[in-house]
Design a protein around this ligand. Structure first.
Ligand SMILES: NC(=O)C1=CN([C@@H]2O[C@H](COP(=O)(O)OP(=O)(O)OC[C@H]3O[C@@H](n4cnc5c(N)ncnc54)[C@H](O)[C@@H]3O)[C@@H](O)[C@H]2O)C=CC1
Ligand SMILES: CC(C)CC(=O)C(=O)O
Length: 367
């Protein structure tokens, strides 16, 4: 991978490599765009096949956060971190303290939170070293684990997608195939079960599957079989890239609506599912609940205010469908349009000069 070429193509601002030998920290912080404000995005800990795969994931996820934060109406830019390692074996306190110091060194250009493989306890350790962390324990007056709120937002967005596809937003009796039943999807399954949906689930973690089978009466299938099951809605809630040339021909669902980031392996896969008549709720619009919730910490966390904004995900998904119809484009492009228009407007308004203490004028005054 030619890193600068890739960064130039999608206009990334910064890529930071963090190494701490003592603790074993190998982290990559990617900052995509800070037009709207400091970059906020979670930290993923994962066993990448190669350093290149880790860099690519950090970059793709960071760009997704720029679009997610913009489409959600947040005054935040996009960034993300990946830590290379096994979250079950390789974590230690010194690692997250070292990581916190690296974040502090960015002086507020990047703010972190949880993602796959990291927890509230990890964020609490980072908080020992920097203020630029969210999703820390409610004991600190913060919002805690974002996953249940992400799940609620996905549930609301899925209802809006169901209304578009089936004419009613009720999920009662709908067959919903859920891929990955981790932190977000466990909570999503609870909402779906409470509304009377029928669940088909899979995960590579057998205990996670067992829990939703026992608690919500879900039917379990093997991970490779989830794409082809007979269902109304497919909810990808594991990792990215799962809508691709191999999986699309197997799909029977009329709707795709789930929590996973970067669901389309390539943009053209969004065109293919559009042509097939599948209603796709763009990933970064439907899964914004978590970031909306943690971002509220920056104002002094207020759950009621945060949840009001999360409710808006239903309307945001409707807005995406409206733009898609108005401009006769697939929904993934409509979502990009929504986000890009907002960023562009703000970029223009910020081009006016503001005396902010950093300009040559302020240095002259202090001489
Ligand atoms: N946690 C949050 O608040 C947010 C999460 N997301 C995204 O949602 C997705 C899920 O996040 P979490 O629930 O937090 O992660 P998680 O790690 O708790 O859950 C993911 C689950 O997917 C399973 N999995 C991995 N590969 C699989 C495969 N090939 N087949 C079936 N199952 C597989 C894992 O075993 C795990 O149980 C991720 O893509 C994440 O980036 C997006 C926005 C916010
Ligand atoms: C989980 C979040 C708090 C932020 C994030 O990284 C995301 O939405 O993907």
């Amino acid at each position: 991978m030619e890193i600068f070429k890739y960064m130039e193509k999608y206009d990334y601002e910064q890529l930071v490599f963090c190494q701490d030998k003592e603790s074993g920290l190998k982290a990559i912080i990617a900052i995509h765009d800070t037009t709207l404000g400091p970059a906020l995005g979670g930290t993923r800990m994962w066993m990448y096949e190669s350093e290149e795969a880790a860099i690519e994931d950090a970059l793709r996820l960071a760009r997704g956060m720029t679009y997610k934060n913009a489409a959600a109406g947040l005054n935040l830019g996009g960034g993300k971190t990946v830590i290379i390692g096994d979250p079950r074996k390789d974590k230690n306190e010194a690692m997250f303290r070292a990581f916190g110091r690296f974040i502090q060194g960015l002086n507020g250009r990047y703010i972190t939170a949880e993602d796959v493989g990291t927890t509230v306890a990890d964020m609490d350790i980072i908080y020992e070293e920097t203020d630029y962390v969210t999703g820390i324990s409610p004991a600190f007056g913060s919002s805690g684990n974002p996953s249940p709120v992400t799940a609620y937002g996905v549930y609301r967005g899925m209802k809006a997608a169901a209304k578009e596809a089936f004419g009613s937003d009720s999920l009662e009796g709908k067959v919903i195939a859920v891929q990955g039943v981790g932190n977000v999807a466990y909570n999503l399954c609870r909402h779906l079960h409470e509304e009377g949906a029928k669940l088909i689930v899979t995960d590579i973690n057998k205990e996670a599957v067992q829990r939703v089978v026992e608690e919500f009466g879900a039917k379990a299938v093997d991970p490779n079989d989830i794409y082809g099951v007979d269902c109304d809605i497919f909810a990808p809630c594991a990792l990215g890239g799962i809508i691709n040339d191999e999986t699309i021909p197997q799909l029977k669902a009329k709707v795709i609506a789930g929590a996973a980031n970067n669901q389309l392996r390539e943009a053209r896969h969004g065109d293919i599912i559009h042509e097939m008549g599948i209603v796709y709720a763009p990933d970064y619009v439907i899964n914004a609940g978590g970031v909306i919730n943690v971002a509220d910490e920056l104002y002094g966390y207020n759950r009621e205010r945060a949840m009001k904004k999360v409710e808006q995900i239903y309307n945001n998904i409707e807005k995406v469908f409206e733009i898609a119809k108005r401009d006769n484009i697939p929904t993934y492009k409509a979502a990009d349009r929504l986000a890009e228009e907002r960023i562009e407007k703000m970029r223009k308004s910020r081009s006016q000069f503001l005396q902010n203490g950093q300009h040559i004028l302020s240095r002259r005054r202090n001489r």
